[in-house]
Write a protein that binds this ligand. Structure first.
Ligand code: NAD
Length: 476
């Protein structure tokens, strides 16, 4: 389980079960997407090890749920511990995921903000009735072990966000990252191993077969999942058999609507960042752009200029702006969507090609003249290829943005903020930004509409998904 980042770096990744470092019964290879080469192995937890993790989480649940001060202090210590380990985790995250080092550092810093936010948050306590006959209040009760399952695009941020919320509410956690980027999460487990009482926070990794074993485990009481819509549906079906609670944060196909009065340079820079950061592999990335025809040519030119300016390379190199795709199937998928675009009349105005050589690199690609039904518009590309379409009326733009099963987020760009907000309110998505895109924070409710999700992450609202209500009724 030794990770070699450079000849001088040695990192050992093990499972965290019941507060202990546990070597996996098996292991699997982890590839650096910037080189296409195996650079480490990760533990492949056996069903027995998975069972041990859930048993530990179950055993720790009683004491943990009763001690609120312990929970708050531990979350603060976890934030400190994680913050202090940025230099250790960030290079590993870049090596396994591909994102540039500064983004890895931001991701880890962002994760600490979730721990601090939930440490400081008061748990809601609502008085239902208070009179001479009755005093009753609605409390929230934790559920038990959480199966937290994350995707490969932002494993530390997404994993720690789940952990912070679940633990604050009084649950215990078994966290599993994607096999495409498992090491940074395993490191988080190692760093936080001593911060929480044994069994409160467990981290396991393994191949895709581990996920269904987690969601089907009899001790799992809630599944907190972030990933694709297809997997989300499978998880919802598997949870139904045991009426496990489920929170699903799923795929997005965010529309950005650019109104005629928007400033093209400012808007193009904002949209380019929102669409191409992490090489387009962001759930709330801008993925379809609808531009008022009056400024369409100008906006396309400005986007093309941004795309040509961004330097593609190994994320560990400080001169790189955009890293590789995380894995070969994902790069092949993006290439397939571009081929489909070209076959159905779309035009590639810049980029369009896989970059030859080692690693999973792809040119930053801007596509125009594309039909709304074409796959690059209708599906989630999750990569560096952006379709940009023109519209005639705002009603038409809103209708086209909403003509989808996706409903994660979106944005509207306008010199008139109030008009932008009016249009934004009509977009069928859980979050809609005005003159920005992808602004996330632990204090905001984040919830996909339609097929993009079920349940809320962030703010006091997320605690509801990690608890059941209880009415405590006192007769007087
Ligand atoms: P994925 O659904 O393939 O995998 C996600 C996780 O689920 C992985 O850990 C995987 O091992 C596990 N898994 C796979 N099959 C499973 C099963 N049957 N039961 C339980 N677990 C299973 O997703 P991905 O390719 O890793 O991530 C990309 C997707 O995630 C994109 O669609 C993206 O939009 C979405 N995403 C959504 C959000 C959000 O907050 N809404 C955030 C990031 C990514």
């Amino acid at each position: 389980m030794t990770i070699l980042l450079s000849p001088t770096d040695n990192v050992t990744a093990t499972l965290t079960i019941n507060g202990e470092s546990v070597v996996g019964d098996n292991s699997f290879d982890v590839i650096n997407p910037a080189t296409g080469l195996v650079f480490a192995t990760a533990p492949d937890a056996s069903p027995t090890q998975l069972d041990a993790a859930f048993t530990a989480a179950q055993n720790a649940f009683g004491g943990w749920q009763r001690d609120e001060d312990l929970r708050r202090n531990a979350l603060r210590n976890a934030a400190d511990g994680l913050g202090a380990a940025i230099d250790r985790i960030a290079p590993v995250l870049t090596a396994e995921q591909g994102k540039i080092l500064s983004e890895s550092r931001r991701e880890i810093l962002g994760a600490t903000s979730w721990l601090r936010y939930y440490a400081d948050l008061e748990l809601p306590r609502e008085i239902v009735q208070d009179d001479e006959k009755v005093f009753s209040e609605k409390l929230r009760r934790p559920l038990g072990p959480v199966a937290a399952i994350t995707p490969w695009n932002a494993p530390v941020y997404i994993g720690v966000a789940k952990v912070a919320t679940a633990l604050r509410a009084g649950n215990t956690v078994v966290l599993k990252p994607s096999p495409f980027a498992p090491l940074s999460t395993l490191l988080v487990g190692e760093i936080l191993r001593d911060v929480f009482p044994p069994g409160v926070f467990n981290v396991i990794s393994g191949n895709d077969q581990l996920g269904p074993l987690m969601t089907g485990h009899p001790l799992t009481r809630i599944i907190s999942f972030t990933g694709s819509i297809a997997t989300g549906k499978r998880i919802a079906a598997s949870a139904a058999a045991d009426l496990k609670r489920v929170t699903l944060e799923l795929g997005g196909n965010d529309a950005a609507i650019v109104l005629a009065d928007a400033d093209p340079e400012f808007t193009a820079a904002g949209i380019f960042g929102a669409a191409f950061s992490n090489t387009g592999q962001v759930c709330v990335g801008a993925k379809r752009i609808y531009v008022a025809e009056a400024i369409y040519p100008e906006l396309v030119d400005a986007l093309v200029a941004e795309a040509r300016k961004a330097r593609i390379g190994n994320g560990a190199d400080p001169d790189t702006d955009l890293g590789p795709l995380n894995n070969l199937p994902q790069r092949n998928f993006v290439a397939e969507l571009i081929a489909d675009t070209l076959a159905t009349g779309g035009k590639v105005v810049t980029g369009g090609h896989v970059i030859d050589g080692p690693g999973y690199f792809h040119e930053s690609t801007i596509i125009t003249d594309v039909n709304d039904k074409s796959r690059i518009v209708a599906e989630e590309q999750f990569g560096p290829a952006l379709p940009v379409m023109s519209f005639t009326t705002v009603d038409e733009a809103v209708a086209r943005a909403n003509d989808t099963k996706f409903g994660l987020a979106g944005s509207v760009w306008s010199a008139d903020e109030d008009h932008g907000a009016d249009v934004a309110a009509r977009v069928e998505a859980g979050t809609v930004w005005v003159n920005t895109h992808k602004a996330l924070s632990p204090r905001q409710p984040f919830a996909g509409r339609k097929w993009s999700g079920q349940g809320v992450e962030g703010g006091p609202w997320a605690l509801e998904g990690f608890t059941d209500p209880q009415l405590l009724y006192r007769a007087r």
